[in-house]
Design a protein around this ligand. Structure first.
Ligand SMILES: *[C@@H]1O[C@H](CO)[C@@H](O)[C@H](O)[C@H]1NC(C)=O
Ligand SMILES: *[C@@H]1O[C@H](CO)[C@@H](O)[C@H](O)[C@H]1NC(C)=O
Ligand SMILES: *[C@@H]1O[C@H](CO)[C@@H](O)[C@H](O)[C@H]1NC(C)=O
Length: 341
């Protein structure tokens, strides 16, 4: 078991405010990435149905009771984090006239680290960084250089990205599989990811919370195309994910040595690992294609009665319930306890 004491540093400003008479305002919260954390940015772009979640049955959970653009039946991990940090829900950057006082969410379903992943259909990671620069510029204009800088340095940067590079850019991309060995492809993804983190650091970001990518081979969609056809995990896909996560950890560790005030922690994806039992129980991967005919990926016996007892909301996303599950770590964050896994 490995314990992260460092995690308590992440939302330390918030920790102070819990039950403390000297209330400080919570740290701002900036979110980058893919569908795991997209709270509706893709509602505002032209893309394919697979990359949108603004239609039923998404959003059925009683919290919103309507589709919001979240790839989920309710709230996402980042919504729970905001709640526990006593922040309002962090709005999507693309939402007209949204207020970014407490942060902004730039995530775009389908996006990857590499600009080629889902090219033209998403707000890619580079574009998300540009949008962050816009928000940062707004802060400077409104609050002055010094205060803006303090807010940027104090903020928490949450990143969930990489799965799509492997799912869309490699495993289902024959040309790339021919052009690159798995090692080479992972090297490109990690190389570009490292550059982006460096860029954010140069823009003032200090506290990073990075979600590991899911065990891809165990996602229902990949169990379904497992050549072994036994409902088990697809080993080649899992290997990519595990190698990526390992390489990313090494990069983050080296950043901490090089940049004294750089802080990061990683945690497992809320999309985590679906047990065979869960997959068979309502979202039977081996009897359905990875994506439904209309592209939502929602399928299975219970399409009409999707509720939180299912671990996965569609072929690749978790339900509100599972995200709440992962909020145990948010408790750790806000209560200043250690995170062990
Ligand atoms: C970033 O990805 C591109 C391919 O999109 C690759 O050519 C380049 O070498 C990568 N950069 C790094 C630093 O790995
Ligand atoms: C996920 O679950 C499968 C069994 O369903 C197991 O083989 C695999 O090792 C698990 N992966 C992780 C990362 O725990
Ligand atoms: C796909 O969309 C069509 C037209 O809207 C609809 O008739 C059909 O039932 C949908 N299929 C699924 C699986 O949702």
């Amino acid at each position: 078991m490995y314990c992260f004491l460092r995690l308590t540093l992440l939302l330390s400003v918030t920790i102070v405010s819990v039950g403390s008479p000297t209330e400080k305002s919570p740290a701002a919260f900036f979110i980058f990435g893919d569908s795991v954390v997209d709270v509706g940015n893709n509602n505002y772009i032209e893309t394919i149905p697979e990359f949108k979640a603004n239609y039923a049955p998404y959003g059925r959970n009683s919290f919103f009771n309507r589709p919001t653009g979240r790839f989920n039946d309710g709230r996402l991990m980042v919504d729970f984090i905001a709640e526990y940090a006593k922040l309002p829900l962090i709005p999507p950057f693309m939402q007209p006239s949204a207020q970014f006082t407490n942060g902004a969410n730039f995530a775009s379903g389908g996006a990857g680290v590499l600009p080629d992943t889902s090219q033209g259909l998403v707000i890619n990671f580079q574009a998300q960084l540009k949008q962050f620069e816009e928000v940062s510029g707004m802060f400077i204009k409104e609050l002055g250089e010094e205060r803006a800088r303090a807010i940027i340095e104090d903020a928490v940067y949450f990143i969930s990205i990489g799965s799509n590079d492997y799912i869309i850019g490699y495993l289902s991309h024959e040309k790339n599989r021919e052009a690159y060995t798995p090692e080479e492809f992972i090297g490109m993804v990690i190389g570009n990811f490292t550059q982006s983190i460096q860029e954010l650091y140069e823009k003032g970001a200090r506290k990073f919370y990075i979600l590991s990518i899911a065990d891809l081979g165990c996602l229902p969609a990949f169990r379904a195309i497992n050549p072994k056809a036994d409902g088990g995990c697809f080993k080649d896909a899992s290997a990519l994910a595990l190698a990526h996560n390992q390489a990313l950890s090494a990069v983050l560790t080296s950043f901490e040595y090089i940049h004294k005030d750089f802080k990061s922690t990683t945690t497992n994806s809320p999309v985590g690992n679906f047990s065979t039992e869960n997959v068979m129980n309502g979202f039977s991967a081996d009897t359905s294609p990875p994506l439904s005919e209309n592209g939502s990926g929602i399928k299975g016996k219970d399409t009409t009665e999707m509720h939180s007892s299912h671990s996965n909301n569609d072929a690749a996303h978790s339900s509100d319930n599972l995200n709440e599950f992962s909020d145990s770590f948010v408790h750790w964050v806000t209560n200043g306890e250690t995170l062990c896994f």
